[in-house]
Design a protein around this ligand. Structure first.
Ligand SMILES: Cc1ncc(COP(=O)(O)O)c(C=O)c1O
Length: 382
């Protein structure tokens, strides 16, 4: 079947999944086999050993590639393994420009581990792409950024960052975890490598850890695949099967996440104990127009700065529908406290400089009935 004419939601359900074999199962079975038989010594099978490739991984790679409008997808055992694979393109003496407003784990890898391999790292502001020129050094090779950002949901202009980065010949890496391919496709805007923590929206059910890189550049695609084979941080067949099941509903989940987050953000915006609400779907958000331009929805993440640390603590500890837990992107709503969770690696001073005060909570708004979510927050706020 020719999938190229199909729309996003249909591709998620059908690409690489035509029933085949003796029983023609509608759902691809779990290929729980480490090794696959060869016909003879003249023909090396496309799938021969599960660390290198596996049918469940192959199908999911095809689906995620098509959803990101990319040609080459490589799956990893976590989002961090996917980020580390991108950084493997750097070698001793190279310099990486990393957005100041980035996931804490990426920050940790950049700040604590890359310098050990002789790679220097400095920050740039993705909201002011013209400043990239001031930060670039002769040794700068790569730039990495994400939008909407974690946790304060700023939205930078992806195409504008790409234009500036390309003027300096940089490899552009973009973390699309927060938006998911349902809401934006950075490869279409000129990004070289898109990466995901598939743990989040792509899988969507908080039951599997995984990562992915997607690119249209065959040299980069081969590098990432070969790196993965060499270092072996590959996902299990069952994890790929779970993620494939999850990604089938990505389009409709993202619709509901976005609707619920909008309702929650609008409710919180008017509350007397709330100082500010960070949600790109609010017309008052400083990047609302940029978000409207490059996203097909505003997503499920909301950050809230309360009137005090005590109020933030009270809300975090007393919601019942929102569960107090790390992570995001699952069907159930979660409330997170960045200083102890996603941004624990940073000092208080570093967090403050990045606009993450101790009175801030991050909400991953799920797909429950929005009436229950708002009632839960209303009760928790007393
Ligand atoms: C934006 C973003 N990128 C990458 C990661 C790392 O993903 P993983 O936990 O699957 O390694 C996370 C994890 O929270 C994240 O939020």
């Amino acid at each position: 079947m020719d999938y190229s004419c199909l729309k996003f939601a249909t591709r998620a359900l059908r690409v690489g999944q035509d029933p085949e074999g003796r029983f023609k199962p509608v759902i691809p079975p779990i290929f729980q086999s480490t090794t696959f038989a060869w016909e003879d010594l003249d023909h090396i099978p496309g799938v021969d050993y599960t660390r290198c490739q596996n049918p469940n991984r192959l199908i999911l790679e095809q689906v995620i590639a098509t959803l990101e409008n990319g040609k080459h997808c490589t799956l990893f055992s976590s989002g961090m393994a996917a980020i580390a694979a991108c950084f493997s393109l750097l070698q001793q003496g190279d310099h990486l420009l990393m957005a100041g407003d980035i996931y804490g784990g990426t920050f940790r890898l950049g700040e604590q581990w890359l310098p050990r391999s002789g790679v220097s790292v400095s920050e740039f502001c993705a909201h002011n792409p013209l400043t990239i020129a001031d930060e670039v050094r002769p040794s700068t090779r790569m730039i990495i950024f994400e939008t909407p950002t974690n946790p304060n949901l700023r939205v930078s202009d992806i195409a504008a960052v790409v234009t500036e980065a390309k003027r300096h010949g940089l490899i552009v890496v973009f973390d699309n975890t927060f938006a998911s391919p349902a809401l934006q496709n950075p490869l279409d805007l000129g990004v070289d490598i898109v990466l995901h923590s598939t743990t989040k929206y792509i899988s969507g059910h908080s039951d599997v850890i995984g990562g992915a890189t997607i690119t249209n550049d065959s040299e980069l695609g081969t590098w990432l695949f070969e790196y993965n084979k060499a270092f072996g941080a590959t996902p299990s067949p069952f994890d790929c099967w779970l993620s494939l099941r999850g990604v089938k509903t990505l389009a409709c989940r993202m619709d509901q996440h976005s609707r619920n987050a909008q309702a929650v953000a609008e409710y919180l915006q008017g509350h007397p104990k709330v100082k500010s609400v960070h949600y790109p779907g609010l017309p008052s958000h400083p990047d609302h127009e940029t978000a409207k331009k490059q996203m097909r929805g505003f997503g499920g993440m909301v950050a809230v700065d309360f009137d005090s640390v005590e109020t933030a603590r009270q809300v975090a500890e007393s919601t019942r529908v929102f569960l107090l837990a790390e992570s995001l992107g699952g069907v159930e709503s979660l409330v997170a406290y960045p200083p102890l969770m996603s941004h624990a690696t940073m000092s208080e001073e570093q967090r403050l400089s990045k606009g993450i005060p101790p009175s801030m909570l991050r909400l991953s708004v799920g797909i429950e009935d929005p009436v229950d979510l708002i009632e839960d927050l209303r009760r928790a706020l007393g």
